[in-house]
Design a protein around this ligand. Structure first.
Ligand code: GDP
Length: 526
């Protein structure tokens, strides 16, 4: 990445995409272990923040079963500053995941070697493809009886439509797993089982032709030699440009549980993964090296401090630097705000960080004014694009048990919708409060949080809405006419945007035909 200042050039901001159970959590722990951010995998330490002692922080995390400190984890590795952004595992929170993917520069795809390409990975890859996000691949669980790995790579190529360039290749599997062979350095990394909680020794054998290699492989030597020939001949050679363009993925094998193969992957990741990239706004592309600060909010998370009902807005820095007490402009509201106490996310016990730069994530304390997608800048009127809301497919009406609590209910729903926990729709023609979700579980979470955090007892009722579309029209007059004629189907969403609520698909098609000047969108971009 020529031209970038060293500080920006060494940033690596990424997320892990995988199907549940493939090993994302396990590999995250091992990455933190390798980064020196935790001493022993499994004990992810909180860090002291300006507002809360570590112990409080951790207690809260335990109580709530959520992890805020682990939403973003920063650790140093081989001269790089790595930012790993966690994504919720459950598919009902996929919206949150999709938005997190807009805040990274690359992804690590973890695949279960026994299962190959699974549903959720397919979906997440579709999202990555929208921005041609570069992808590293780790095929996990080589300590198990897995499938033929040539077949798995064929599957990746044909289903995920990305070329595979194996960098390492597994030597046998399951009980006989012996290690991985690096096709480029002609080095065998020897597997020693049972070292999951420590950083394994790096035992290497140089040269597949060496006597040590023959000794290690024994009976399977000739077969493995042939296999390597086959793999070399039948797969793509790694090409950095193709990787950076999202067209090719370097593939590594190992077992996250035993902490093997992860380091070999991380070494190359530090070298090949892109530094912060330029970001599009409604005006122009913003370069990571620009002096003035800018960034966008991709996620809002509640309960940093339940007493104050504080929420943290996660902001990806796109240019410039954050320094303590700096002033920035909240572009949507037009207000200048002074940020004294942003949260930074250096994993492990380290001193407080006062500065953050392009590629880093900072957490802004939010008292209800910040929304997902908001841009912060140093004065410039720009809005980062591409942070979507997705049209929900599930809808329910909320009914209060105690009508006197209407204010709390409205406030709660408004806040939960700003956070992205649910989507809120307020019809133009009545006082209903309609919730939309992408996954069923979101409804349960909202009900529970309304009760816990807002002391509101409510219930759900069915509502005759099948799908929603955000509507717009360049022609004011036509929009007004549409609003008059379709008022019964129109609502304002939690962000103040006009939405068409369709009782059936047929109704939606008819409306689209009847009003060709109106655009009906399945995603709402900020
Ligand atoms: P996630 O749902 O993707 O976060 O997956 P986890 O990291 O929680 O792993 C799912 C299960 O697979 C857990 O029981 C892990 O212990 C296990 N697991 C993860 N990596 C490996 C591996 O390399 N080998 C084996 N045998 N099991 C693994």
């Amino acid at each position: 990445m020529s031209g970038l200042s060293p500080e920006v050039a060494r940033r690596r901001t990424f997320a892990i995409i995988s199907h549940p159970d493939a090993g994302k959590t396990t590999i995250t722990e091992k990455l933190l272990l390798l980064g020196g951010a935790i001493q022993m995998a499994g004990t992810v330490k909180g860090r002291k923040t300006g507002r809360m002692a570590t112990s409080d922080w951790m207690k809260m995390e335990q109580e709530r079963g959520i992890s805020i400190t682990t939403s973003v984890m920063q650790f140093p590795y081989k001269g790089c500053t790595v930012n790993l952004l966690d994504t919720p595992g459950h598919e009902d929170f996929s919206e949150d995941t999709y938005r997190t993917l807009t805040a990274v520069d690359s992804c690590l795809m973890v695949i279960d070697g026994a299962k190959g390409v699974e549903d959720r990975t397919i979906k997440l890859m579709e999202v990555c493809r929208l921005r041609d996000t570069p992808i590293f691949t780790f095929v996990n669980k080589m300590d198990r009886e897995v499938r033929d790995q040539i077949e798995v790579l064929d599957e990746v190529e044909s289903i995920l439509k990305i070329q595979c360039a194996p960098i390492t290749w597994p030597i046998s599997m399951g009980k006989n797993f012996k290690g991985v062979y690096n096709l480029y350095t002609d080095t065998i990394h020897v597997f020693t089982p049972g070292q999951g909680h420590i950083i394994p020794d790096d035992i290497r054998i140089n040269g597949i032709d060496s006597d040590e290699a023959k000794e290690l492989l024994g009976d399977i030597y000739d077969d493995f030699f042939d296999e390597v020939e086959l793999v070399r001949g039948g797969s793509h050679e790694f090409d950095l440009e193709a990787y950076r363009a999202g067209k090719m993925t370097p593939v590594f094998f190992g077992t996250a549980l035993a902490n093997f193969g992860v380091r070999e992957m991380l070494d190359d990741f530090a070298e090949w993964a892109p530094a912060p990239l330029a970001r599009e706004t409604d005006q122009r592309a913003v370069e990571p090296d620009e002096a003035k600060f800018s960034g966008f909010v991709f996620k809002i998370q509640a309960n940093m401090d339940p007493k104050h009902r504080d929420r943290i807005a996660f902001l990806r820095i796109c240019s410039g630097k954050y320094t303590r007490n700096m002033k920035m402009k909240h572009v949507r509201t037009g207000k200048d705000v002074k940020i004294a106490d942003a949260v930074t996310f250096l994993a492990g016990d380290r001193s407080h960080v006062e500065e953050a730069t392009s590629g880093d994530i900072i957490g802004l304390h939010n008292h209800g004014t910040i929304q997902i997608g908001d841009t912060f800048s140093q004065g410039e009127e720009i809005r980062f694009s591409g942070i979507p809301h997705f049209a929900p497919e599930l809808f329910k009406r909320v009914r209060l048990r105690d009508p006197l609590k209407l204010k709390q209910l409205q406030k709660g729903l408004q806040q939960l919708s700003e956070e992205g926990a649910t989507q809120l729709f307020m019809p133009l023609n009545n006082n209903d409060l309609i919730l939309g979700a992408v996954g069923v579980l979101q409804f349960d979470v909202v009900m529970r949080r309304l009760k816990d955090e807002y002391k509101v007892e409510a219930m759900y009722e069915p509502v005759n809405v099948n799908t929603a579309r955000w509507v717009n029209c360049a022609d004011e007059r036509k929009l007004e006419e549409f609003k008059r004629k379709c008022a019964d189907n129109l609502a304002i969403d939690g962000g103040g945007y006009l939405t068409y609520l369709a009782p059936t698909r047929v109704n939606l098609s008819l409306a689209e035909e009847r009003y060709p000047d109106i655009t009906f969108r399945t995603t709402r971009e900020h």
